[in-house]
Design a protein. Sequence first.
Length: 364
Amino acid sequence: MALVPSYIKQLASYKPGKPITEAQRELGRADFVKLASNENPLGPSPKGLAAVEKSFNRFHRYPDATGYELRNKLAKQYNVKMENVILGAGSEGIMSTIMRTFLLSDDELISADNSFIGFRVLANASGRRAHWVPMKNHRYDLQAMADKITDYTKIIYIANPDNPMGTYVTREEFDEFFSHVSERILIILDEAYYEFAKDSPDYPDSMSYRYDNVITLRTFSKAYGLAGIRIGYGFAHDILINNLMKVKVPFEPSLVAQAAGTAAVDDIEFLEKTIHTNQKGMSYLKDELDNLGIEQVPSAANFITTIWESDEQAAKIHQNILAKGVILRQLTAFGWPNCIRISVGLEEENIQCIESLRSVLSAI
């Protein structure tokens, strides 16, 4: 069809983790444990949930287009001006706005190959040339990415920690990389898993940098359990934010999302419980996977990616454990078909996952 640009025709759409309802339809069973999408096993922030319920009688009203209350609260928490904060429908919503705001026709993008597919879809949908640099030992190869910088480079994307590997760029590595980046190039630091990685001694919290050409993206989806209502936020120089605000979709995020996010910021008890649950679950899964002799990628997030001998073995393991009621994520869509990602669940869910995996392996 002539109306559709060629680069859109060739675009591979985003493929999320299998929803429970889809698994129920396919396998005809009701009980599933979903450990596929890095969601918070504790559910949503109680304060966020209460705020959503209180907002019900305001559904006939448009949300605050400026997001004043939540932006102001985030600015105070991170010791920046409100003019340095932007909101979006998840981090991807802000990424989309960044593309539409700053990319010119000849501009190019750089990121790691086989990293977060949400950014890859947006980059390819922009129609601009993108350089996908192979990872090195399942980590961003920043030196190789720096070597790809040209006069046409406009945006560099780094997921830190990475999804789907859980590895992260260290402070020293980022400092060295940044020395090669011109001020005319925008660096997107996607820190969706920041709350889980921040205590790593060499993790480079981007809020301590505040360079004029760096935009930090974070989200309420993971640590605060608000993935279903799509609320993310970003920090950048006020000139960048001002122009992003001109381009962003009006009235985004929704009234419900803003209410939940504003309340969740103050839910410190829930955040601490989430981090503790994740640390305990990560330790259990790592030890049990080691006991089973399964190779895994060291992770600073809320998931562990396992590595199998072949694509076929990974597919068989993935399908057989699904038949036992556990939904994991084979990483074919990311370009890692020999890998399966396991999200941390509740204690009983983690145990069920390992027991099911042990049973599947014993039958092979």
